[in-house]
Design a protein around this ligand. Structure first.
Ligand SMILES: [Zn+2]
Length: 367
């Protein structure tokens, strides 16, 4: 409430731009743009937008339209409603250009969320990153600089020169250093407010996973064989959300975002090709061929998977928008720039999650 007792004043969101193209006036651009063909609305709408460069209440704005702008009542209301759509007006207190998170605040407001609430949720969130390689680097720096309150970095590896094509937070001087510790050092330089813990090690069984600190979300980018299944079992059992991000040769892949008891889990659908269980000899041969697999890692494809996964993590933890990887595994085929989605809805007979009920995590996300 405003001190006067009415609704608080609002301002025109700084991301609102107006333009005319092919006889249509566009108010805002992107997924919430409005197109206005009725030329009679153009002038009062632009006048009203200009009026809202300063904080105004709705009543003040309507007085402005009907007074100085000489717009009759019904049209003034129509113009007002147009400007109130598409998240064009935000609370005057929602945007402080001096705040370090102010540009992200605009993004959250554009998505229809209360930016201050999103930022508070992120500040109270803890993400555990299993793997501090290419994807771990970029997701970690995205979350730390976005204001996620705490990160735990888990990796047993040490930096090698061949990592530098995509693990951008490491330098030549880091060669031989622990990845999780080198990454932590770089994150602290960028946001000292983020609480960072490092673990030099690689979980290989369910007991190792249980020994890790509990988090609001696990981001898994380590490529150890069988790890995704183990993480899924652990997270479903403990009620922790988790997200896998990787690349499959030239395809950037992320998802499904597993929220135990609410979404499908890794075991609900067969998401990856496996060796034939009914042909052990052939399976052994396939295993021998696959054992020599070396990922053709590529910086840009790595960035693609990292950025889309990080955006979903922020959506889930911050509670704005809807994560793209809910109940599906997403792939961007980088050469042809097409998007593939594998359904990953919940199977009521899933051996892993059939009996699991929704947990009440601190971050339920936008489900
Ligand atoms: Zn399941």
């Amino acid at each position: 409430m405003h001190p006067s007792g009415g609704p608080p004043p609002r301002i025109l969101a700084p991301y609102v731009r107006i333009g005319v193209q092919d006889g249509t006036l566009f108010l805002g651009f992107g997924s919430v743009q409005q197109s206005i063909q009725d030329r009679n609305l153009w002038r009062p709408l632009v006048q009203l937008a200009d009026h809202f460069r300063e904080p105004r209440t709705r009543a003040e704005a309507l007085d402005f339209l009907r007074g100085p702008c000489r717009v009759e009542a019904a049209r003034a209301e129509a113009v007002m409603l147009t400007l109130e759509h598409g998240n064009c007006l935000i609370l005057a207190s929602a945007y402080d250009p001096e705040d370090r998170y102010s540009r992200h605040a605009l993004f959250y407001e554009l998505s229809g969320a209360d930016a201050r609430r999103v930022q508070r949720r992120l500040a109270s969130a803890h993400v555990l990153l299993l793997g501090c390689g290419g994807i771990g680097n970029l997701v970690a720096v995205t979350l730390a600089t976005a204001g996620v309150g705490a990160l735990t970095l888990v990796d047993a590896d040490h930096v090698e020169l061949s990592n530098l094509t995509r693990q951008f937070l490491f330098t030549e001087a880091d060669a031989g250093a622990s990845k999780s510790r080198a990454l932590a050092r770089e994150l602290r330089r960028r946001n000292p407010g983020c609480r960072i813990r490092t673990i030099v090690g690689a979980p290989t069984d369910i007991e190792d996973l249980r020994a890790l600190p509990e988090a609001d979300l696990l981001l898994v980018s380590a490529d150890s064989p069988g790890l995704t299944g183990l993480v899924n079992a652990h997270c479903v059992d403990s009620g922790q959300a988790w997200l896998n991000a990787c690349y499959v040769n030239d395809v950037a892949v992320w998802g499904p975002l597993v929220v135990p008891g609410t979404t499908g889990c890794w075991d609900c659908r067969l998401l990856t090709a496996r060796a034939p269980a009914d042909e052990p000899e052939l399976a052994a041969l396939i295993g021998r061929v696959n054992a020599r697999y070396q990922a053709p890692s590529n910086g840009p494809v790595n960035m693609l998977a990292s950025s889309l996964a990080a955006l979903d993590v922020l959506r889930h933890l911050g509670g704005f928008g809807v994560p793209a990887a809910l109940n599906r595994r997403m792939g961007v085929w980088s050469h042809e720039l097409s998007i593939q989605e594998q359904p990953a809805e919940r199977d009521p007979h899933c051996v892993t999650c059939a009996d699991v009920h929704p947990a009440t995590p601190r971050h339920q996300g936008a489900l």
